[in-house]
Design a binder for this molecule. Structure first.
Ligand SMILES: Nc1ncnc2c1ncn2[C@@H]1O[C@H](COP(=O)(O)OP(=O)(O)OP(=O)(O)O)[C@@H](O)[C@H]1O
Ligand SMILES: [Mg+2]
Length: 259
């Protein structure tokens, strides 16, 4: 893949020949990809393709069967999640799990404590992060009172409060209606514009096309395509394995289409 020829200085994350087996099942199969510093990079593909498994490996929650992960040029394969958080690698979870008994602010403070041990500092950081994701007026509400869209924003805020250089977003748009998707797209773009590199797993293709600089496609554990969103949505392999003809045609005409 041409991406592997890029200069190391521009690389935030490199996934190199990663394979993950669960017993007899190969969930990730010799996958390689690169996330460039300052980019929004997409990871798309059918259900069960191995996307979340690859995120769990990149963020230290799983050790790969074989292969290597590098973050800012250093090998991080098998390094624990809390160490990676300290180094600036944050992630969200596909199944959002707010601390239901805590307020919105308290949920975000948990992440902010990583770099701000004094409570007042952590609360100030958390309040700023809440504003960035559009939860600035919900600080004292119980997390349990948030809608799906609010919980997704909170999930992003919890990770953002740890001060990541690289943020892995696992389907933060899933379950949102089209107007909620439209509202959250500029939030994600703003994160990138303020210096956070983003790798996002997403099925909402309208958002992938509008946000991503580069997209990789995983199918049955293997990377089958990589390139600009336009290249990827017109790639016959991607249409066959994931998008289908109808969605690809609409995306190529620039219409909104959810895969
Ligand atoms: N801990 C595990 N033990 C055994 N099998 C697993 C485990 N985690 C994932 N799998 C399997 O690995 C495959 C890839 O799953 P994964 O969750 O990574 O897919 P995904 O691309 O994120 O799918 P989706 O779009 O539905 O979220 C699936 O067949 C899944 O059942
Ligand atoms: Mg998943």
């Amino acid at each position: 893949m041409s991406a592997t020829k890029m200069q190391p200085a521009t690389e935030m994350l490199r996934v190199e020949n990663v394979t993950m087996r669960f017993g007899g099942l190969t969930a990730v199969d010799d996958a390689s990809l690169i996330v460039r510093k300052g980019s929004i990079t997409g990871l798309i593909g059918p259900n069960g393709a191995g996307k979340t498994t690859l995120f769990s490996i990149a963020s230290g929650f799983l050790s790969p069967t074989s292969g290597r992960i590098a973050f800012e040029g250093g090998d991080i394969t098998g390094v624990a999640p809390h160490r990676l958080a300290e180094r600036g690698l944050g992630r969200t979870f596909q199944i959002v799990k707010p601390f239901a008994g805590l307020s919105v602010l308290e949920n975000i403070v948990v992440g902010a404590f990583l770099r701000h041990p004094r409570r007042a500092d952590a609360e100030a950081v958390a309040a700023r992060v809440a504003a960035r994701v559009g939860l600035g007026d919900r600080l004292d509400d119980p997390a349990a009172s948030l809608t799906v869209s609010g919980r997704k924003r909170l999930e992003v805020a919890k990770a953002l409060a740890t001060g990541p250089k690289l943020l892995l977003l696992d389907e933060v748009l899933a379950g949102l209606n089209p107007s909620e998707v439209r509202d959250i797209i500029p939030v994600i773009r703003e994160l990138r514009d303020t210096g956070v590199t983003i790798l996002m797993i997403e099925h909402v293709m309208q958002a992938v096309v509008s946000l991503c600089d580069e997209v990789f496609v995983l199918a049955q554990g293997a990377i089958i395509a990589g390139g600009t969103p336009q290249q990827v949505v017109s790639d016959p392999k991607v249409i066959e394995a994931y998008l289908g003809q109808g969605a690809a045609a609409r995306l190529n005409r620039g219409e909104a289409a959810d895969a």
